[in-house]
Structure formats: C-alpha cells, structure tokens
Write a protein that binds this ligand. Structure first.
Ligand SMILES: NC(=O)c1ccc[n+]([C@@H]2O[C@H](COP(=O)([O-])OP(=O)(O)OC[C@H]3O[C@@H](n4cnc5c(N)ncnc54)[C@H](O)[C@@H]3O)[C@@H](O)[C@H]2O)c1
Ligand SMILES: [Zn+2]
Length: 661
C-alpha cells in the first residue's frame, strides 16, 4: 500500500470509530455490534503499529470512552479511569504474559469475568457514600451521585469508617432485568435499548434519579482506586476487604501464576457465561501485586498490568424446524425461527428472530433450511446465512391474516413490518388500552399500565369499550385499589366520555395518526360519522396530511372491527363530535360570503362565526368575487345585486346542509 492510501484508510477508520464511539458512549445507542466495532478498531491499531509516524494525538487508540454530556456536573478523576486492552485469542494472552514477565519477576494473575455495563467510581468519606461518577473520557466523568444512590446494592455506609476510599465498579442490568425493561418499553412505545449494556448506561444517565430507581440496576465493584487509612499489597486482598466492607465483588475469580491455568479459567468462564444472570463480554486478567503493577505502569489509554479477553462470536450449522409467527403488542407480525438446539457462546440456542418478510426472502429462509447461527456475547442469536435448502422445502411467506385475531394484515410501502391493525386484536389489547387511556388520548386519570394489566389479566375487559362498563365495585376488588380510588377511577372514566372527538380518534390508535394529525382531521371532519365516511382524496386535502395518512384512515375504518368498536363506544355514551370551537375547517377556504336579511335561527354574528370557522370570509358588499350570498327574510338590495351578477344565493338551511356534508 502506498502512503496516501494508508493515510486515507487511517482517516476513514478514525472517523468511523469516532462516529460509532459517540453513538455508543454518549448516546447509549450503538448502530453496530461490538464485534464489528472491534474489527474496525483492530484494523486501526494494526495500521498505526505499522506506520507509527502516522499516529495522531487525537486518534481513538489514544483516547478513552466518550465526551460527557453537560446534563451532569463534571467530576475530575484524581486517579484516571483507564480502559483495558483487548485480546481476541489465547495467543495474544500468552504474548501479554511474556511482556509482563520481561518487566517483573514471577507474576501472579487474577482472572475475573468482564462485566458488560457502565464503569463508575464511588467515593466514601469516613465510611459514607459521598459521590458517584461515570468514567467519561477517563479524566473527566459525570456526577451521577443521586442516580447511583438508587442502586440498592451500593452500600451507603460502610462496615468501617475508613477516612477516604474510592472504588471502581461496573453498573449493570441483569439479563432478567433487561427483559423486563424491554417489555415495558414496548408497551409504552418507547425506543427500546439494544442490549443490557446500553440499557444500563442509558438508565444510569437519566436526569431524573426516580427513573433510574425503577430500572433495577446492580453493581459489581472490582478495584480500589484510592484509599487512606488502610493499605493493601495485592488485588485479591483488596477484593476480600471490599467484600467485608459490604461491596458486591465479582462472584467468582481465580488466581494463578501460570498463564496456561489462567487460560483454562477463562475457557471455564466462557462456557458458564450463559448461566450467569449478569451480562459479560469477556474476562479480565490482572497482575495481582500492586508493586508489580506500579513497575509495569500504563500507556496513554491502558494499564500494562491487565488485559481483557473477548470471547469470539460462535457459529454453528443447524436445521430450521419451524417458523412461528407472533403478534407483538404493537401489531407487528414477527417470525421466529425454531431450530434444532445448538450450544453457542455458553447458551443453548433454539430460537432466533427472522425479523420480517424481507429478511426471509433475501436469505431465502425456509422451514427445513440448513442455516448458520451465530451468537456473540452481547448479541442475541442470529441467522447469518442459509447453507442449503433441501429438496421439498418451499419459500416462506408470512400469513395474510393475523394469527391472533384472524383479520387481514397489511404492509405499507417502504416499511419492513407486516402488521395487524385491528383495534380489537387480543394480542395488542394491553398496549391499545394503555394508549387509549394515555394523556394525549382519552386522558383517563389514574388508569395507568399497572391497573390496565390487572384488568386484562382478570379478564374484566377485552376491548377499550369495556372500560365504560366497569363499576366501582369491580374495580375495588383489584389489588391495591381502595373503595375511594375505585370511585375516583369510575368518575375519571365517565368524564372521558365528554372528551373532544380528536382525543377519541387518536385513542383508536390508527397507524401514522398522532395527536396532532387527529386534531387536524377532526377540524375538517367534525364528527365521527364524517371522519369514517371521508375518502382518500378528501383526506389528502387536509393541510399536513400525506397520502399514507389518508390511506391509513380509510383502511382503518373499512374494517368491521373498527366500526363495531366505534358503534359500541357511541352506544355507551362516548362523545362523537368535535367541540364547536375546534371545528375550524377548510370547507369554505377561499370562499367569500355576504349576509343579508334575517336568518330563521342564527344571528348574523353566529352565521359569520360558522363561516369563518370553516375557513370562509365574510364581507359587506356583493361583487363578482363574492362566492355566496346568505339570505334570510327581508333581504335588501344585496340580493338584487347577487342576482344580477349571477352569485349563488343560499338559505340558512342550505348552508347547514353544506356543513353537514
Ligand atoms: N458497538 C459499538 O458501536 C461500540 C462502540 C464503541 C465501543 N464499543 C465496545 O466498547 C468496548 C470498548 O470500550 P472501552 O474502551 O470503554 O473498554 P471496555 O469496556 O472494553 O473495557 C474497559 C472496561 O471494562 C470494565 N470492566 C468490567 N469488568 C471488569 C473487571 N472485572 N475488571 C476490570 N474492568 C472491568 C471497566 O469498567 C472498564 O471501563 C469494546 O467492547 C467495544 O466493542 C462498541
Ligand atoms: Zn390481530
């Protein structure tokens, strides 16, 4: 390679790595897997080793982590929070051992699991927790004291009032905690975290510690950064003291002076990692003796006395036995492959998502396919490729009806997902209910996810309409619900019947129709009847409406189930009209009216208001530009003028007929 192409590759690599680093460290929202990130990083390291003269000070290989947000106060780390150098093979660990042996005599190592979470420092003064911070760029982190305080396993007072102690640890979310969080995020239609690490980092770095408190975070503490009043000579001694003081230390670690034995421990941790309830992305080998650590020192980014080992992703061939279709709470049909079980990255794998029809078609996944499955540490198992499609297998297509409710499913252009949009689909009931009762929708005070979950579990409701049949006595029987709050809830439900129409339209959960769109819709079509009767061309005329939105509305109301739901809601007394003041529409947009005479029921003011609310203008004199003359009894000369100019004349009745379509 010539020098300029090396320089080009270097700068491209650095840019890519910086971009993904920002997504990962600062935004907690990575786009690529750690495995792919590590490949880029490795390539950069290799090139820089080959061309040391091209290494720049700001290269990602010389910097730790990411920049900190200014959401939190800054904490300057007195002892830098370094990163770890990664090894990807046993050979590299043997190299590490050789380097260590060149510098110190007879090193002893400790090996621990490498927890996959967010690195933090905790400070204690006289045995009391005073401050917690993130790693940030290693020198400056974020002050997350209050958030860390919410983690139950972080000791707030130590067993002994040590004058000063700073420890380092990893805040993580257990696999089971991660699953719970994912479920809740799906229900609340929040953007889901991609893996437990990002979930832990995103949860810890919340502005509001109350949110952090609800996420079930946990911690492992694995290092003493600074201590005054006590002294240790080696790492395992420090770990044991930390345990005595009340810190959760790594549940298992091994000690040996023999790298081959250390490698055996690492393999063992790798084989067992599927059994742990905490996420790990490798193992860490550390020199035990603190004086030897000091002799070895650090590079710009890593200590020379420690090395991380990353388990490689594992791949195996297996057979796809079946494809199951699940309807998620958002109505999306997800195909899941069921495989002949194989052991991958320490866990038995028998299922993996097949994502959507495009994925299946592109790879030509069929029931009976021989496929390659892969699993890396933080990655959920995935189908890498199809090796062979034996004779007799057939291309797979997602069903045309929803497996939960039997209604036809739909798929929109440009969208990967196939969905069921039936508002009464049982699979989606809970999510529909949460959406229906939500603040921007029917805004039913006190009817949150927890109560709705109980109501569906007890079988008390099977449709949003059933909410309006609930009695205070039924509600009072729910867990944690007193008589008084049951009454309040019934009143809140009752009150929601009088909501403006747009709330109900939004509450129905029509795809692509948010609260704002529902408002626009009901401004132009101020009754449920008119909304339901509107055609695609009519709907497309609404300002701010795209063709997709118009189609979704027509598609939605063409369903028997949707019409039935609306009928039931109407029969139960739920308001089906837009409030007068909200009626502002576009029916008379660009039209000019002139009023004359006395109208049978409306005052002139009321008639002008109606015209204006529907986008029309009212002027005083008739001209060629006048669109209509609205005439009552005893009209004046304006009527004659209208006649002579050929301007159409309307009665109040005709005007109202126009308004009501
Ligand atoms: N997917 C992406 O886009 C993306 C982007 C950037 C980084 N990453 C991933 O982040 C990692 C690199 O990040 P890094 O430089 O922050 O280092 P790192 O996270 O790999 O290693 C250092 C960290 O390990 C933690 N750790 C866990 N258990 C430990 C133990 N027992 N002893 C000591 N330390 C322990 C420490 O807190 C320390 O901060 C790589 O795994 C990389 O794949 C991924
Ligand atoms: Zn369905």
């Amino acid at each position: 390679m010539d020098k300029t192409s090396v320089e080009r590759e270097l700068s491209e690599l650095r840019e890519q790595i910086r971009y993904h680093g920002r997504k990962y460290y600062t935004e907690d929202d990575p786009e690529i897997s750690d495995f792919d990130y590590d490949k880029l990083y490795r390539r950069l390291e290799e090139l820089e080793a080959q061309y040391p003269e091209l290494v720049t000070e700001d290269s990602p290989t010389r910097q730790v982590g990411g920049k900190v947000y200014n959401t939190f106060a800054e904490v300057v780390h007195e002892v830098p929070m370094e990163s770890l150098h990664d090894s990807f093979s046993e050979e590299e660990l043997r190299d590490f051992d050789r380097r260590v042996r060149e510098a110190v005599d007879g090193p002893e190592y400790i090996v621990e699991p490498k927890f996959d979470g967010l690195s933090v420092a905790l400070e204690y003064v006289d045995g009391t927790f005073t401050r917690g911070s993130t790693r940030g760029d290693g020198h400056t982190g974020e002050d997350v004291t209050e958030n860390i305080r919410t983690i139950k396993t972080v000791p707030k007072r130590l067993e002994s009032p040590i004058p000063f102690l700073e420890v380092r640890g990893e805040v993580y979310l257990s696999d089971s905690g991660f699953e719970k969080l994912c479920e809740r995020q799906e229900l609340l239609e929040e953007k889901p975290f991609k893996n437990p690490r990002n979930a832990a980092a995103g949860s810890l770095r919340q502005k509001d510690p109350k949110i952090t408190a609800g996420r079930g975070l946990d911690i492992f503490v694995f290092n003493v950064q600074q201590i005054r009043g006590e002294e240790f000579t080696c790492h395992d001694q420090a770990l044991e003291r930390l345990r005595e003081l009340g810190f959760p230390v790594p549940p298992s670690y091994f000690k040996s002076g023999d790298m081959e034995e250390i490698l055996r421990f690492i393999r063992e941790i790798g084989e067992k990692r599927g059994e742990y309830d905490f996420p790990i992305d490798g193992a860490v080998v550390k020199v035990n003796s603190f004086s030897q650590r000091e002799e070895l020192g650090s590079t710009a980014k890593f200590p020379r006395w420690a090395e991380a080992f990353k388990y490689p992703p594992e791949e195996k061939e297996t057979t796809l036995l079946d494809i199951e279709i699940n309807v998620g709470r958002t109505g999306v049909l997800t195909p899941t492959g069921v495989f002949e079980p194989v052991t991958l990255a320490g866990t038995t794998v028998s299922r993996a998502t097949l994502h959507n029809q495009d994925f299946i078609t592109e790879k030509d996944v069929r029931v009976g396919s021989r496929v390659i499955l892969r699993k890396a540490g933080e990655i959920i198992p995935e189908v890498v490729s199809v090796v062979e499609n034996p004779e007799g297998t057939e291309p797979f297509l997602l069903p045309e009806v929803c497996p939960s409710c039997g209604e036809p499913v739909s798929r929109h252009e440009g969208e990967a997902a196939t969905r069921c949009t039936n508002p009464q689909c049982p699979a989606q009931l809970l999510r529909h209910l949460i959406h229906f009762a939500g603040r921007d929708a029917m805004d039913i005070d006190g009817l949150g996810p927890a109560i709705l979950e109980q109501l569906t579990r007890e079988g008390l409701i099977s449709s949003p309409a059933d909410l309006y049949t609930l009695t205070a006595r039924q509600l009072a029987e729910l867990e944690r619900m007193g008589k008084k709050s049951a009454e309040n809830l019934v009143n809140a439900i009752e009150k929601s019947k009088r909501n403006d129409l747009y709330r109900l339209v939004y509450a129905l959960g029509i795809p692509h129709i948010g609260a704002k769109a529902a408002q626009l819709l009901c401004g132009s079509f101020p009754s449920m009847e008119r909304v339901m009767a509107a055609t695609v061309p009519e709907l497309s005329e609404i300002n701010g409406f795209g063709g997709v939105m118009a189609e979704e509305i027509v598609d939605f109301f063409s369903r028997e189930s949707a019409r039935e739901l609306v009928d039931r809601l109407a029969a139960l007394g739920v308001n089906m009209r837009a409030e007068e003041k909200e009626q502002a529409g576009s029916l008379f947009e660009g039209k000019t009216f002139v009023l004359t005479g006395t109208l049978p029921t409306l005052s002139r003011k009321a008639a002008s208001d109606i015209i204006q609310r529907n986008g029309g203008k009212v002027t005083g004199s008739v001209s060629k530009k006048t669109s209509y003359v609205l005439a009552g009894e005893d009209p004046g000369s304006k009527l004659l003028k209208a006649d002579s100019l050929g301007v159409p004349v309307l009665s109040e009745e005709e005007l109202m007929a126009m308004l009501n379509g």
